[in-house]
Design a protein around this ligand. Sequence first.
Ligand SMILES: *Cc1c(COP(=O)(O)O)cnc(C)c1O
Length: 361
Amino acid sequence: MKYKIMTPGPTMVRENVRLARSLECTNPDLDEEFVDFYKETCRLLSDCLHTPNETYILGGEGILGLEAACASLTEHGDKVLVLDNGIYGNGFADFVSMYGGVPTLYTAPYDEAIDLVKLREYLVDNHDFKYATIVHCDTPSGMLNPAEDISILLHEYNIMTVVDSVSAMFGEPLDVSRGKFDIVCGGSQKALSAPPGLTFVNVSPQAMKTMEERNTPIASFYANILVFKNYYEEKWFPYTMPISDIYGLRAAIDNFVNDTDCYERHAKVAKYTRNRLIESGLKLYGKNGYSNTVTAVCVPDGFGANEILRTLREKYGIMIAGSFGVFENKLLRIGHMGEGANMDDVTRTVDALLEIIGQTN
Ligand SMILES: *Cc1c(COP(=O)(O)O)cnc(C)c1O
């Protein structure tokens, strides 16, 4: 059965992306034309993110980007501020500890975006950190943080920033230069709407310099960003690049570049989704910070999340997501990002959901 995929990633994949993945392959280790193609694709990603900083596409799913950022920056005993107002936010502490860093959690309510005034107050007496981690959209709750403003504030205290924008970028406007992000991570399978399998990291000169000037070597090879540094000059990749995945990613980037009202459309479908759910008496999760890429709604009383999800799949052929961790069985999530960010698909999805729970307005 072919489902309509309205989950907050992986998302539906357009035909031209699928076709690009079936193009004839060369040997990506030896063919210099591929090195140029890779570099051009990285350049395009940087352009889309409004930064001259280098982007590197890594063969691995979104999580690899987050781990690579922490592995590459963290040395034993480094103090790292972990902004925690969601499950991914909290999860960064594990990557920091794994590579010998000392995470300090700044835990804020999960149902609000990070409050800049309160964060500023906290930083006055607590700013001895090498870097901080920020989650742009914390997907399990659909919480959107003002990542650029947070990063600008942290830079006032010379704290570098690692930003997980995996489920926001390409659906939410993102200006890496304005935000002064040091490392920002994205994934192929969210708003870009390519299949899962690739992550990309955009790296500031300061982050690169920090990696080069480490006292101890990076305790990883696969999650080491520094090994990519001279790939173009040396025409050499640290490991064989997944060429078909990158062909597909390139087609997805081209789709984004040619999509002139992408952000407006994401905002419109997200607003429509939220309004329909609220008007039907459902409760959105969170007091503010609603992302334009995913909407999290509370499971209505008298229903189980799994039962709703199953009926949506089996009776309507639509797949949305539940949530996990502290939100398990409490939230349903409609992804309206990338290929799913269109009025037809969100209307069908919301109609079906409301029919199942007996609300038909
Ligand atoms: C999807 C996502 C990732 C990548 O990990 P998955 O294994 O694909 O879930 C990382 N961070 C965020 C915020 C995400 O939404």
